[in-house]
Design a protein. Structure first.
Length: 253
């Protein structure tokens, strides 16, 4: 079974500890929301877990293999990564950008096998981009472009998805539809780890929430167990009411 695992993972930069002793596991069937304030260390944790950033201590493995030692292609077949910063080197059509997701299988845009082309079409359709397939990406709105990047990640057909703020630029409807797509992916046998800043969205969709504060994971469990007014006060410094998976933020503390 696909598995992303960190054990006592630490990340240091310029003598600052960005991630401290992080223990995290992602397997298929789970939609894990990683929550925490700006600067808590979420991106650093994801990048080190995937072997994209050097760890200073601990372990990070993908399917039991040291994630730092995987080649980009080996990694891409195991996990699709949607980074927070999503630069596009040059304007290209939506379809060609989504096709970059097939890199894991050696495909290049313009040279797709039948299987590659099918995966690209499915990802485009899933993300509601069918009418935009031939548009140049520099003509898209921020929200449309965000969906193109989601489609690119899905085109890889990796068993795991790690997405850093995938809904940041999206309007409410597209936030929900993107999270619906992630949920479908999980229900179809995938596993997803998603950084979110919207607690209500996390409460609605996550099977588990991992809470981070000041470089540490401070709680990890289903919303029913870990989402409490006390937690929101501790992590975000806000006063909130919690009723099951419904949250009302009343103000700051
Ligand atoms: N190379 C680096 N050198 C020094 N500090 C760094 C470096 N990379 C990140 N940091 C700092 O580490 C902290 C954690 O950053 P990180 O991006 O992991 O946080 P985050 O929880 O993802 O934040 P956000 O929600 O704002 O995206 C921040 O204070 C950031 O400025």
């Amino acid at each position: 079974m696909a598995e992303l695992l960190t054990q006592d993972l630490c990340v240091t930069a310029d003598a600052a500890l960005l991630v401290r002793d992080a223990n995290l596991r992602l397997v298929p069937g789970e939609l894990v929301a990683l929550l925490g304030p700006n600067g808590a260390g979420k991106t650093s944790l994801l990048r080190a877990a995937l072997g994209l950033e050097k760890r200073s201590a601990g372990l990070a493995t993908l399917d039991g293999m040291d994630s730092e030692k995987l080649s980009p292609m080996q990694r891409a077949r195991r996990v699709a990564y949607l980074p927070q910063q999503r630069p596009l080197a040059w304007p290209n059509t939506v379809r060609d950008v989504v096709a970059l997701g097939r890199f894991a299988y050696g495909a290049a845009p313009g040279k797709l096998s039948l299987k590659d082309a099918e995966a690209v079409d499915t990802a485009i359709e899933r993300c509601g981009l069918t009418d935009l397939g031939n548009r140049n990406t520099d003509t898209l709105s921020g929200g449309e472009l965000a969906r193109v990047h989601c489609a690119r990640a899905f085109a890889a057909e990796a068993p795991l998805l790690v997405a850093d703020e995938p809904v940041a630029a999206l309007d409410p409807r597209h936030q929900f539809s993107t999270m619906d797509i992630v949920r479908q992916f999980v229900e179809g046998g995938g596993g997803a780890l998603v950084v979110l800043h919207d607690i209500t969205l996390a409460a609605r969709y996550a099977t588990r929430i991992v809470w981070m504060k000041q470089s540490r994971i401070v709680a990890d469990g289903p919303p029913e167990q870990t989402l409490t007014p006390e937690r929101l006060a501790d992590i975000y410094g806000v006063r909130a009411r919690v009723d099951g998976r419904t949250i009302e933020i009343e103000g700051t503390l």
